[in-house]
Design a protein around this ligand. Structure first.
Ligand SMILES: C[S@@+](CC[C@H](N)C(=O)[O-])C[C@H]1O[C@@H](n2cnc3c(N)ncnc32)[C@H](O)[C@@H]1O
Length: 323
């Protein structure tokens, strides 16, 4: 494992703990950390709730190894599992649980992934273009750049990076790879810089959006979020709570949509009353999306783009239970 440079400060830690506290106080509470990472949020939950059992998931084996050491003093009530977060229902069953009480998604890249240069996530450091969160499987960013056609690359940069120069960058990559394979982040940054017209006034680094887009493609991140949120909501027990921290608008849009669906009545319009079986399954705990305070954003740059959404399960349509 590479050396860890920055110290990781969990984002919106106190707010997450406050929102989850009533669920963590339920008898026999099981807390699922869907994105265990370096275990910062999970450690705080375990410290403050001595009876809570933790199930921690991560697709990154390095992150799991780090958290396993960090949380070793809680080993008798933690289960750390190498899994993609949409696999939760199967993980729960394997561990003998049907439902969970409290859940946290802290989406995005961990400081381990960003700070360890050899993972290739950061455009500021020259490294092999890997970008896989799970290094045991799948295509790397270099594979994507070597094999995708111009149209596919353009679509990836447009869709996942919201990059206005997507077509120009895709063309430049196709031209560059004809002479030399693009294997390092430094090479890609040079190609993108050369393809950016001097006259274009740009907010931020020219490589920022392309790197984000490649990371989302390599890890199929949006598909995983699209599957994971409904799966998680479906396994949360009545009175249970879930908090999601998103760091880019594409993810936040998915979370917003899933939460809105789950917290809406399914009664046909025009009925004089709401039949109980059509009542919302969830209640939103915050209005819209919450941001980190100015003070936290100044202290922790990772908190700048965060959007927090939270919900509580109020009805189980299978069992008829309601709170
Ligand atoms: C921002 S970090 C979490 C940091 C953590 N809350 C902490 O306090 O250290 C996000 C983590 O989610 C993991 N991750 C991203 N997508 C995932 C997925 N689909 N399934 C499982 N883990 C995922 C990443 O590997 C990364 O370690």
């Amino acid at each position: 494992m590479g050396e860890l440079r920055g110290t990781h400060v969990p984002v919106l830690l106190e707010r997450c703990l406050e929102l989850l506290a009533p669920a963590l106080a339920l008898p026999g509470a099981v807390h699922v950390d869907f994105t265990l990472g370096l275990g910062g949020h999970a450690e705080a939950v375990l410290e403050r709730h001595p009876d809570v059992v933790l199930i921690g998931l991560d697709r990154d084996t390095e992150a799991l190894a780090h958290s396993r050491r960090r949380l070793s003093r809680f080993a008798d009530r933690t289960h750390l599992v190498h899994a993609v977060y949409d696999e939760l229902p199967a993980v729960l069953t394997d561990l003998g649980h049907r439902v969970f009480h409290s859940g946290l998604f802290d989406l995005g890249v961990s400081s381990l992934q960003l700070d360890v240069a050899d993972r290739g996530f950061a455009y500021a450091q020259d490294a092999p273009l890997d970008m896989r969160m799970d290094q045991t499987t799948g295509m790397t960013a270099a594979d994507v750049l070597a094999t995708h056609g111009e149209g596919d690359l353009r679509r990836i940069f447009e869709r996942y990076g919201e990059e206005k120069l997507a077509g120009r960058y895709a063309r430049a990559i196709i031209a560059a790879r004809a002479t030399q394979p693009i294997e390092r982040s430094g090479q890609l940054v040079e190609i993108l810089q050369a393809a950016t017209p001097a006259a274009v006034q740009r907010a931020g680094h020219p490589a920022k959006r392309v790197f984000q887009a490649l990371r989302i493609e390599v890890n199929a991140e949006l598909t995983a979020v699209e599957r994971a949120i409904p799966a998680a909501l479906g396994s949360l027990r009545v009175g249970g709570r879930i908090v999601v921290l998103s760091y880019q608008s594409l993810e936040d849009r998915i979370v917003k949509r899933e939460f809105a669906d789950a917290s809406s009545s399914t009664a046909p319009a025009g009925l004089p009353f709401e039949p109980p079986e059509h009542a919302p399954r969830f209640r939103l705990l915050v209005r819209g999306a919450e941001l980190a305070s100015d003070e936290e954003q100044a202290r922790n740059p990772r908190a700048k783009p965060v959007r927090l959404r939270a919900a509580e399960r109020v009805r189980d349509e299978q069992t008829g239970e309601a709170s």
